[in-house]
Design a protein around this ligand. Sequence first.
Ligand SMILES: CC(=O)SCCNC(=O)CCNC(=O)[C@H](O)C(C)(C)COP(=O)(O)OP(=O)(O)OC[C@H]1O[C@@H](n2cnc3c(N)ncnc32)[C@H](O)[C@@H]1OP(=O)(O)O
Ligand SMILES: O=C([O-])CC(=O)C(=O)O
Length: 370
Amino acid sequence: MTEPEIRKGLSGVVVDYTAVSKVNPDTNSLLYRGYPVQELAASCIFEEVAYLLWHGELPTPDQLLEFETLERSMRHLDHAVKRVIDELPLTCHPMDVVRTAVSVIGARDPRAEDSSPEENLAKSIRLMAALPAIIAYDQRRRRDLHLVEPRDDLAYSANFLHMTFGEVPELAVVSAFDVSMILYAEHSFNASTFAARVITSTLSDLYSAVTGAIGALKGALHGGANEAVMHVFDEIGSADRAEEWLDTALAEKRKIMGFGHRVYKNGDSRVPTMKAALDTLIEHYDRPDLADLYDQLEATMGARKAIKPNLDYPSGPAYHLIGFDTAMFTPLFVASRITGWTAHIREQAASNALIRPLSLYNGPEERHIG
Ligand SMILES: CC(=O)SCCNC(=O)CCNC(=O)[C@H](O)C(C)(C)COP(=O)(O)OP(=O)(O)OC[C@H]1O[C@@H](n2cnc3c(N)ncnc32)[C@H](O)[C@@H]1OP(=O)(O)O
Ligand SMILES: O=C([O-])CC(=O)C(=O)O
């Protein structure tokens, strides 16, 4: 009998259809509901992209107004969530704070078990609106600063930065941040989205699926790479040290964070757009040294391994320049990806089959006690 083929890490395995996004490594393109992500980043705000991912169409002006009004009405940090965050030690990772906060929101929602499409959409919008307050408050308490209340006269990204830093930065900074939110929003069956779909497939609730997805995103091979990139930049220090640092790291068989991708083998479709946003920030904050280090490490990695950067490579230094602590970078990814995760949760629920693959046993042969 021939053994079934094992595809470690489900590499190359197609497990289902999705209408949410299309990642095409051959054309190096990424479409959200049919729209190229670069076009969305150039013409839309994050709120419109969230609406698109959930509804399948971009909002009309009236629909956008209604959606914005709803999102803006739910931006306050719930007192119970704040109390729980206050109990968490500053030694814990900010991803643990986000994961715990979502869990608390779920436990306090009397409709948590209602997984109807309408109720799951309402929960998705509530989480999108609540996450900036959670992340901004966690960033501030780590700096011994008080909570900043949301402003409902500001769009999502401007309000997010206002709640984090106590002021709205210049338009160039807000726009670069908004672009990052759009680019991070969705990427088909990546590990965290798949985790959310596995949990949904058991008929569990949306909050459980999102909590699991946050856990999957935390790892350095996935979302955790954006913060790991910044640690690499800190470790290297300056462009003139990049070559030597990389040669040592590769000799030690280290994975270089922010490079490589399971699907794209010829470069990540989102990198040019995020690199342009990073360039704006580099100019705004007058940090040509960071640009030199970025370019030198990319060029050396290209020369040594022919491996290209992924989205986390430009996003890490961009969030650093905006002023976030490095440990807050992956929660920012959560704030964006909540839209994609919940679009997939609703898609999985609408056409469900329990996700349960097989394994090939390679433990001891059957044996008996005594
Ligand atoms: C938004 C996102 O989540 S994007 C991904 C973010 N993650 C990272 O940046 C972490 C660093 N990158 C990696 O670890 C990998 O590229 C992954 C996990 C993202 C994808 O990996 P896989 O598809 O499993 O490819 P795999 O790890 O098998 O790599 C293939 C080869 O390229 C090498 N390689 C791939 N990425 C890297 C890297 N970043 N640094 C060094 N070598 C690498 C592997 O060592 C392997 O070499 P080998 O064939 O000689 O053993
Ligand atoms: O698709 C992946 O495997 C990882 C990724 O880039 C993402 O989730 O944005």
